[in-house]
Design a protein around this ligand. Structure first.
Ligand code: PLP
Length: 338
C-alpha cells in the first residue's frame, strides 16, 4: 500500500455540530462537519488537500508554489498562508474581469497579499489556458533559479483528494465514538463543489469507511456534466496513486443551485444565509456553503440523516459585506412588519 508524505497543518479532528433550529430550517437531521474550523486564517477545506500537496512540494525540494483561482479564491488564500508558514514563495494567478483594473485588496485577496503572495491578475480568456499558463510561470521561475511546484485549481488532483479520503476516516472514527447519534452510516453527505477534488475524495472515503452511500455535490459554477467528468478524472487519479481505493459512493451533482452566477447569490439564498446565522449562530458564505445548505433544504427527496460538510469560505462573505448588510436590513424590515 503506497503511503504519501503528509504535513500536519490542519487542526483535527474537526467537530461535528448539530442544532435543533438548523434541523427545523433544513427539514432533516443535519450533522455539520466543521471543516471551517481546520485552522485560523487559512481555515477551510483546502488545508486537508494542501497537507498532501505541500508535503509533496517539500519532498521535491520546491522553493515556490504556483496556483490559480478566482480573485476571491479561498484556495489561493490558504495556499499563500501555508506557503508562508513553510517558508515557500507563492505565486497566485487570479482571474478578474479586467487585469488592468485590479479589484480592491479585500478579504481573501488581502490575506493572500499579507502572506506575501506574488499575485498576477489574469483575464477570463487566459483562465481557459490556466494549466499552460502556470507551466509558463514555472518555466520562468526555474530560469531564475527557483524550484517551482504547481498546484492545480482548488488543489484538486489525486494527491489533494487523499485529504478528503482521510477526512471520511475521521468521520467514521467519530461515528464509532457515538458522536453522531447512531453509529450507522449517514443517508447522504452534502457539500459545495467548485473544482471537484473534495467530491472525489469524499466519495471514495465515504465508500471505503462506510460513511454514506450517496454524496450530493452542489455545483457553484459550471454544469453537472462538467463536474461529473472532473470528479471522475480525480477519482481515477486517486486510484492510480492508491489502487486499493478503486470504488466510491454514488455522486449526484446538482447544478440548479448556482444562483445568478458564480460568487453571486440570489436574494433568496442571501436571506437563507442570514436566517441561518440568526437562528443558529452558524455562519455560511454566499459563494459555496450558503448555496450548498440552501440546496439541501430544497432537495426532493431529502435524505433524513445528513452529514453536511462545512467547507469554510468565511472571507468570501466578508468580500460581500454590502450585499449581506442589505439582506440583514431587508430581514429586519420584514420582521418588523410581520
Ligand atoms: C469554501 C469552499 N467550499 C467548497 C469548495 C469546493 O471544493 P472543491 O474545489 O474541492 O470542489 C471551495 C473551493 O472551491 C471552497 O473554497
Amino acid at each position: 500500500m503506497a503511503e504519501f508524505p503528509k504535513l500536519a497543518l490542519a487542526h483535527l479532528p474537526t467537530p461535528l455540530w448539530r442544532s435543533d433550529a438548523l434541523d427545523r430550517l433544513v427539514g432533516a437531521e443535519v450533522w455539520v462537519k466543521r471543516d471551517d474550523m481546520t485552522g485560523g486564517a487559512e481555515a477551510g477545506n483546502k488545508i486537508r488537500k494542501l497537507e498532501y500537496l505541500l508535503a509533496d512540494a517539500r519532498a521535491r525540494e520546491a522553493t515556490h508554489v504556483i496556483t490559480c483561482g478566482g480573485a476571491q479564491s479561498n484556495h489561493a488564500r490558504a495556499t499563500a498562508l501555508l506557503a508562508a508558514q513553510l517558508g515557500l514563495g507563492c505565486r497566485s494567478l487570479l482571474r478578474v474581469n479586467d487585469p488592468s483594473a485590479p479589484p480592491a485588496p479585500t478579504a481573501n485577496l488581502l490575506l493572500g497579499q499579507m502572506a506575501g503572495a506574488d499575485v498576477v491578475f489574469i483575464s477570463a480568456a487566459e483562465w481557459t489556458e490556466r494549466t499552460a499558463l502556470m507551466q509558463q510561470h514555472a518555466d520562468s521561475l526555474r530560469q531564475a533559479g527557483a524550484r517551482p511546484y504547481v498546484i492545480p485549481e482548488g488543489g484538486s488532483n489525486g494527491l489533494g483528494a487523499l485529504g478528503y479520503v482521510d477526512a471520511m476516516r475521521e468521520v467514521r472514527e467519530q461515528l464509532e465514538l457515538g458522536l453522531c447519534g447512531a453509529r450507522q452510516p449517514f443517508d447522504a453527505i452534502v457539500h459545495a463543489c467548485g473544482s471537484g477534488g473534495t467530491a472525489a475524495g469524499v466519495a471514495i472515503g465515504a465508500d471505503e469507511y462506510g460513511v454514506a452511500p450517496v454524496v450530493h455535490a452542489i455545483a457553484v459554477c459550471d454544469s453537472a456534466g462538467y463536474f461529473e467528468r472532473a470528479i471522475g478524472a480525480v477519482t481515477l487519479d486517486v486510484a492510480a496513486l492508491k489502487p486499493e481505493l478503486d470504488s466510491f459512493a454514488e455522486v449526484v451533482v446538482h447544478d440548479h443551485y448556482k444562483g445568478p452566477a458564480y460568487a453571486v447569490a440570489s436574494d433568496e439564498q442571501l436571506d437563507f444565509i442570514a436566517v441561518v446565522a440568526r437562528r443558529t449562530g452558524l455562519v455560511l458564505d454566499p459563494v459555496y456553503t450558503g448555496k450548498a445548505l440552501f440546496a439541501l433544504a430544497r432537495l426532493d427527496p431529502k435524505p433524513s440523516r445528513v452529514l453536511f460538510l462545512h467547507t469554510g469560505g468565511l472571507p468570501g462573505l466578508l468580500a460581500q459585506a454590502e450585499e449581506l448588510a442589505q439582506t440583514c436590513k431587508r430581514l429586519s424590515t420584514s420582521s418588523a412588519h410581520s
